[in-house]
Design a protein around this ligand. Structure first.
Ligand code: FMN
Length: 281
């Protein structure tokens, strides 16, 4: 569960949102903490979310983007578990030095901020650490799932597959675009967050291009202005996500998706997906 989505997209007070999840299921759930150090206000807000999640009994956390140390320090006091998103060996070494328990291996087929290595190469780079490895990226159907387990991964993380479900609150045009897209339709754009982001290559995306504009690019190259740009991009992303999710989007929206679209052929209930995936185990 992503705190910014729970609070800003779905409009819950964070603690109330967690209580709502707990009222629906006794099963474990995880909270995603983006640890990027864009400002102390941002970090304080994330720290607040983490403390509340621990108070509410959550014990599994996925960190991404920056140094996970402060999350590890807090979570370990409660005997919790932290997995960190990595795209190559260098970041895995750093995260493990900071005390994380497992790695989410984000490959070059992922939706969101994709890595640059294939699932096979990323497995080779990380398998010697002896910690649990989760494959993220490109898993659209149960055969993709099985292939990741056969490669040696302990599990998978999926994003795009769950957007094309009845339960997801996104609008139908986005879900249908996922179903209709093939992997050749997925491109990386810098125009949403300043870092390459996987999106469907719609006519709008084609018309505006994939590179950040010259001013944005200049600002992203400098340490201080980079932080401002990230905050600005982040605020825009939350605003757009909220508008698209709750009010319906326009043809000028970015539809994030990974190369997993290749094997996503229907909009269906989450339960059907989980049952199909479980059937191959
Ligand atoms: C619309 C969208 C939003 C995402 N938001 C986040 C996020 O907030 N935090 C995060 O760690 N990963 C995020 N991801 C990445 C997913 O957690 C996952 O690693 C990725 O979707 C896997 O690739 P797949 O889409 O091919 O399944 C997002 C992915 C998508 C498609």
């Amino acid at each position: 569960m992503q705190p910014l989505s729970l609070v800003y997209v779905h409009g819950y007070d964070f603690r109330e949102g967690l209580k709502k999840i707990r009222s629906i299921t006794d099963n474990p759930y995880g909270v995603n903490i983006l640890v990027e150090k864009s400002s102390s206000a941002y970090e304080n807000r994330m720290r607040g979310y983490l403390e509340i999640a621990l108070e509410e009994g959550c014990r599994f956390f996925i960190t991404a983007l920056g140094n996970p140390r402060w999350v590890v320090d807090l979570v370990k006091k409660h005997n919790g578990i932290v997995y960190h998103d990595v795209v190559e060996r260098k970041w895995a070494v750093k995260a493990l030095d900071e005390g994380v328990d497992g790695l989410i291996c984000v490959n070059n087929r992922a939706g969101g901020h994709a890595g640059s290595l294939s699932p096979e190469d990323l497995y080779k780079e990380t398998s010697s650490f002896g910690v649990p490895l989760i494959a993220a990226g490109g898993i659209g159907n149960e055969n993709d799932f099985k292939r990741m387990l056969d490669l040696g991964y302990d599990g998978v993380q999926m994003g795009t597959r769950f957007i094309a479900t009845f339960e997801c609150r996104e609008k139908n045009t986005y879900k249908e675009a996922i179903v209709n897209a093939k992997e050749k339709d997925i491109v990386l754009t810098e125009r949403v967050t300043g870092i390459p982001l996987s999106v469907i290559n719609t006519p709008y995306v084609k018309s505006v291009g994939l590179k950040a504009g010259p001013i944005a690019r200049w600002l992203l190259q400098h340490r201080t202005t980079k932080s401002w740009m990230r905050i600005w991009y982040g605020m825009n992303a939350i605003r757009d996500f909220k508008r698209i999710s709750l009010k319906g989007g326009t043809s000028k929206d970015y539809w994030q998706a990974g190369k997993s679209v290749e094997h996503i052929d229907t909009i269906e209930p989450v339960e059907a997906i989980i049952k199909r995936f479980s059937s191959i185990l």
